[in-house]
Design a protein around this ligand. Structure first.
Ligand SMILES: [Zn+2]
Length: 298
């Protein structure tokens, strides 16, 4: 496997001059130098490909989550089946993106069409994992960012399909974000303010909207989603996400009205717009910061 061969590289290459416990650790053949693995994933082209491959596989799992979680099915068992004919999907038919192309987007059993959505979610999983690995400041942060970004990926499509955002994603997601801040990786004050500003801000908008129009426009799922977003991005990031998500959502809604595909009252899945807005704030903010630093500090 490409991943196994690739991961073996950092073991071989860790021979810096270090002393004490660290040196003894490095001499131990069972020891894996995670800093070297992370540096390799982060800086080398082969490491980037490895991160992408891992991300494609995670994207494949997110496809399972999107299909099963709203239907209250286990995301672990049974193995994946064709939703049309129930045929078990063999491991070699389950390779991200590649199988879709080799099968020419058709099930081997019933010739039913495999939606383009599947490879798109896999590719997004790959891209988000790559961004998390390349842009996060530390190995631990890249893992947390990856979890957050992939949770948002599931939200995009579950909200689009079912108009719900499962608590099974947002509540553990918020908890992990706060624990992460509690461990000192992100200012706890910012994370808590983020939860309050994100969740509370949207709740306020929802209540005002309901008071003015007499209709329920936003669900509690959106409120909990924004609380989760705030735990990772702080209050500034949560407000940025709200602004960007609302802006794109209104543009799309307006476009649908203009094309006669909806009315002003057509309910749009708000989470489908908020989650990508949170990606932009998470990774885009970091990219802008990196560009800024390289521009002024060389
Ligand atoms: Zn089938």
């Amino acid at each position: 496997m490409a991943v196994a061969a690739a991961v073996a590289v950092p073991w071989a290459g860790c021979c810096r001059s270090v002393t004490g416990r660290r040196a003894r650790e490095l001499e131990d053949p069972r020891h894996m130098d995670w800093d070297a693995v992370f540096a390799w994933l982060r800086h080398s082209p082969a490491g980037g490909v490895a991160a992408l491959i891992v991300g494609l596989a995670l994207g494949s799992f997110i496809n399972v989550v999107i299909y099963r979680l709203p239907r209250k099915l286990s995301v672990i068992r049974p193995r994946s089946c064709c939703p049309a004919c129930g045929r078990r999907i063999r491991p070699h038919e389950n390779i991200p993106v590649l199988s879709y192309l080799l099968l020419r987007a058709r099930c081997r059993g019933c010739q039913g069409r495999i939606p383009l959505r599947y490879p798109i979610v896999e590719l997004l999983g790959g891209l988000l994992t790559l961004l998390a690995v390349r842009l996060a400041p530390s190995p631990e942060t890249s893992l947390v960012w990856m979890l957050f970004a992939l949770a948002l990926l599931a939200v995009v499509f579950i909200d689009l399909d079912f108009r719900i955002i499962p608590d099974w994603i947002t509540l553990p997601g918020t908890l992990i974000g706060l624990l992460w801040a509690l461990m000192g990786a992100f200012p706890l004050r910012d994370a808590l303010l983020g939860v309050v500003a994100g969740g509370g801000g949207l709740l306020l908008i929802a209540l005002v909207y309901q008071w003015v129009t007499g209709r329920e426009g936003l669900g509690m799922g959106d409120v909990k989603l924004m609380a989760m977003v705030g735990a990772y991005l702080g209050w500034q990031g949560a407000l940025g996400t709200l602004l960007l998500g609302s802006l794109v959502g209104s543009l799309v809604g307006g476009g649908l009205v203009l094309r006669g595909k909806g009315t002003r009252l057509t309910a749009l899945p708000f989470g489908t717009f908020l989650a990508p807005a949170a990606w932009v704030v998470l990774f885009g903010g970091q990219l802008l910061w990196t560009a800024y630093l390289s521009l002024f500090l060389g």
